[in-house]
Design a protein around this ligand. Structure first.
Ligand SMILES: Cc1cc2nc3c(=O)[nH]c(=O)nc-3n(C[C@H](O)[C@H](O)[C@H](O)COP(=O)(O)O)c2cc1C
Length: 214
């Protein structure tokens, strides 16, 4: 245990705000690999995330095997075709132009699951809200996202997937809950604006419109 707490000064706070502003969901990657040990180190930082009852219910699966990657890609293509079919008119036109996964180029692919009934934590905080295991895994993912961006590494979240076959393709326990599939690597472009804004799919809301008082 460390006793000397660090001082987070104004310069750090300004940089931290920059990190939040410049974090992006990345879908365009360079193919060059990450340095040796980098992803393991970043996942170590992700494990500092908060978790319900300190249950650490996140389960990280690094997917390197080409056959498994192919199965994930096919899963994505099928789910994406189904999603596309839900839209028509201008929306369909824009959707067709969106790149919604970096599965072909990103050097690292990572599936993140939540263990729904972790022994660790002895059930604390989960009795009335069992979904908190999933929230904990999301907290770890966002920690990873920021830690990666701080090193110039991009992460893209892929949720356009059918979870059940994905668990089978990766050979993980059926009961693990898929939280997301992630493409990780050096971004081909650096932006301060979400790609969905640039592609005219959606705009950001005014934060004040999302805050309620009772
Ligand atoms: C739960 C979750 C699921 C997402 N799924 C996808 C996805 O399947 N494909 C994709 O391109 N982006 C996905 N995204 C990224 C969002 O589109 C992106 O975060 C949003 O457009 C804002 O852009 P930014 O992250 O660059 O700020 C997902 C993000 C979250 C939090």
């Amino acid at each position: 245990m460390t006793t000397m707490a660090p001082d987070f000064d104004d310069a750090f706070r300004a940089k931290f705000a920059d990190l939040l502003i410049w974090r992006r969901d990345v879908r365009h990657f360079e193919t060059r690999p990450l340095p040796k040990g980098c992803i393991e180190r970043l996942l170590g930082l992700a494990c500092l995330a908060p978790s319900v009852g300190l249950s650490e219910p996140w389960r990280f699966v690094l997917v390197d095997d080409p056959d498994r990657r192919r199965a994930v890609r096919e899963n994505f293509l099928a789910a994406n075709a189904e999603a596309f079919a839900q839209y028509d008119g201008e929306r369909a036109k824009i959707y067709a132009q969106l790149k919604l996964a970096g599965l072909d180029d990103a050097p690292v692919q990572l599936a993140v699951f939540a263990e729904p009934e972790p022994e660790q934590g002895a059930g604390l905080g989960r009795r009335t809200m069992p979904e908190t295991v999933c929230y904990s895994a999301v907290a770890a993912i966002y920690t990873l996202w920021l830690a990666a961006r701080a090193e110039g590494i991009g992460l893209g979240w892929v949720s356009i997937l059918d979870p059940e076959p994905l668990n089978r393709s990766l050979g993980v326990p059926e009961h693990w809950r898929l939280i997301g599939y992630f493409c990780i690597g050096y971004p081909a472009q650096v932006r301060d604006t979400p790609e969905l804004v640039q592609m005219h799919w959606e705009k950001r809301s005014d934060p004040a419109s999302l805050i309620f008082r009772r």
